[in-house]
Design a protein around this ligand. Structure first.
Ligand SMILES: [Zn+2]
Length: 223
């Protein structure tokens, strides 16, 4: 089976970044499939948010069971008995799941292969990567080569957010005409609250700061 140029699989969590990537892909590719990995996230609401957005956008959606990840790498996102906290200097934050993107991108690519899709899109970002080694551009490029060798096909891994900060990710959503949708329907908050979230956790603070920065700049430009 050869690849269709116009088909893409998007790694999709229902958060701001991957939802923006989903819109990015929908604008470029004729056929888009979203894939969400269920690894025992602290909040079932994450999976439900992904399901709701995919249904709302009429996008084919697969939820794959990756609960084995919790066996391998207990961490604050999957274990109720660990607190979400930012890492000390030079230390990884407690939300880190070792090798998560390695596994997610590999499984997404296998799904893409079965769908006959050449393109795999992820919201991975090196700019504020918090020290996650598998968020780096060099990792994605390396994995792309490995996947091509593993499957014997020529995948293209797309990372539209790789060099964007949070402000620029909001700008991208706005350029795609989806700023309000992303703001109101996605879930980034560690406490499982959609939209603007709890406003207190590190994810909410980062998201909110980027949004405010973008809106302020936009207003200045509009005079
Ligand atoms: Zn929050």
């Amino acid at each position: 089976m050869s690849f269709a140029e116009e088909k893409a699989v998007v790694v999709f969590s229902g958060g701001q970044d991957s939802t923006t990537c989903l819109f990015w892909a929908l604008e470029r590719f004729q056929e888009v499939t979203a894939v969400t990995f269920d690894y025992g996230q602290r909040h079932d609401n994450e999976i439900q948010t992904a399901r709701d957005i995919a249904a709302d956008l009429d996008v084919e959606h697969h939820v794959l069971d990756m609960s084995l990840l919790n066996q391998l790498a207990p961490n604050a996102l999957t274990r109720d008995d660990m607190e979400v906290k930012e890492g000390e200097e030079g230390e990884l934050p407690s939300t880190f799941v070792e090798g998560r993107n390695l596994l997610f991108f590999s499984f997404a690519s296998i799904l893409a292969s079965q769908k006959g899709a050449k393109h795999v899109v992820t919201g991975v970002c090196e700019t504020d990567y918090s020290g996650y080694p598998d968020c780096r551009d060099v990792f994605v490029k390396s994995l792309n080569v490995t996947l091509n060798l593993a499957v014997g096909k020529e995948f293209v891994l797309h990372t539209p957010l790789m060099w964007l900060d949070k402000k620029e990710t909001w700008e991208l959503a706005d350029n795609l005409g989806r700023l309000t949708y992303v703001k109101e329907n996605t879930l980034t908050c560690y406490h499982g609250i959609r939209g603007s979230g709890c406003g207190e956790c590190p994810a909410c603070k980062l998201r909110q700061a980027g949004y405010e920065q973008y809106i302020q700049e936009k207003e200045r430009e509009l005079g």
